[in-house]
Design a protein. Structure first.
Length: 116
């Protein structure tokens, strides 16, 4: 079982980045897929969720209207498109696949830095 994030990097304020999370070893369409982020000295924050049951999408208030989560079940991949990025979006972004207590998987994270 593996989740591999990609797409992070350095971007100027107001810019955009797209993150990908490729799943292997399990069928991600059967899991709620989530993006978290963690900035230095701060608690891990749930950024976006897309459910397995009906594709319901939820966002943290801090990113609503700027970030978009999506999934391609054929590719076993979930995405996070981030627009209008702000310095406070700087963090390690982690992909999570959740089904129950015993099936809760994490990627290694990808760094996003928003700075001029």
């Amino acid at each position: 079982v593996q989740l591999v994030e990609s797409g992070g990097g350095l971007v100027q304020p107001g810019g955009s980045l797209g993150l990908s999370c490729a799943a292997s070893g399990f069928v991600s369409s059967s899991y709620d897929m989530r993006w978290f982020r963690q900035a230095p000295g701060k608690e891990r924050e749930l950024v976006a969720t897309i459910t397995s049951a009906d594709g319901t999408i939820k966002y943290a208030g801090s990113v609503s209207g700027r970030f978009t989560i999506s999934r391609d079940n054929a590719k076993n991949t979930v995405y996070l498109q981030m627009n209008s990025l702000k310095p406070e979006d700087t963090a390690v972004y982690l992909c999570n696949a959740y089904r129950d207590y015993y099936r809760n998987y994490w990627g290694q994270g990808t760094q996003v830095t928003v700075s001029s």
